[in-house]
Design a protein around this ligand. Sequence first.
Ligand code: MG
Length: 400
Amino acid sequence: MKPVIILGSTGSIGTQAIDVCNTNNIPVAGLAAGGHNLELLARQALQSAAPVIAIARDDAAGEFWQAFDAIAPRGMPRPQVITGGDAVAKLAGSASDEITVLNGITGAVGLDATLAALDSGATLALANKESLVIGGPLIADHMVRPAQIIPVDSEHSAIFQCLAAGGHHRGLCHETIDGTTEVASLVLTASGGPFRGKTRAELTDVTPGEALDHPTWQMGPVVTINSATLMNKALEFIEAVVLFDIAPEAIDVVIHPQSIVHSMVTFRDGATIAQASPPDMRLPIAVALTYPHRLPATQPCTWERPTSWDFMPIDEDTFPALRLARQALAASPIHPAVLNAANEVAVAAFLAQRCSFLSIVDTVATVVETYRGPNTHEITRADLAAADAWARQYAAELLA
Ligand code: MG
């Protein structure tokens, strides 16, 4: 099995990825983290025997060694530690086609590591959806071969698996044996989050605590808030357009409260293929690390008790995030980056109790509608960074 470099190792995806590696004896070639939880990172470094540790915080090395030396047995070989703002992307860029890079970083900050990993020729197991939402216009230029990205986001992993089941082994909708398009549509499922069935008026006084109480998934705080606003599905909608090279019109989104069917693909003959499993990220992580093979990863669905799976349309009046995603995709290739940046600022403000729940998506809507990007065909990393910075500043002004 290919060794894995795990980026964002102390986060929700990272810790589960280490779990999958430990269970299946997959070697860990490197770990990267922001540097907010150095005790956990030191434990992970020791346990996984990763030879290189990257920490984004400049001044983290001393604290890391203190934590490491406190638990490491005498004579234990020490990993190489690199620190600084570019350390994570540097580690990702040091990979090769013999290595899988798992990007489990949350937020726009994960994009540079994604581009570096692609440039290195590594297989990219991608959980950082923002890389595709923001970096959509850049991704294709950095890919060195087809199927270089294997999605870890559960919905996109499901679609990837359904496409493979339908003969599209490279995870692209248009690439079959004879080059014809046999995919009619992708069906993204959404749990609906903790506020499914509520009206807009009922969401006025929602607290961060209520929004963080997700009914089916255990996830990091940002993704959980994004699930409550359905902004997570909006980002995943854009992610699917970029990843599977399909028109927005060919993607349906449906509420599925049980979170068992993780998404589906409908083919032109009328067959819909679904991927079903209990909600557990270790499955999509394992698929991405070992595709096309399958490892023991999670408990499957069981059938001893009566079970029903429900599907229903989204109430887009209460949850307008998806509409915003379509609007951003139609406006320009840079608008999705603007949408994401404004949302990151608004979610942080909500978690810090500086704005209301409804203000999150309202703020994003105003920022997306106001943005007028550069009129260029060639979009550069600098264009995306400028749009991101503008959107963050304008969102902060609106929320102040
Ligand atoms: Mg997801």
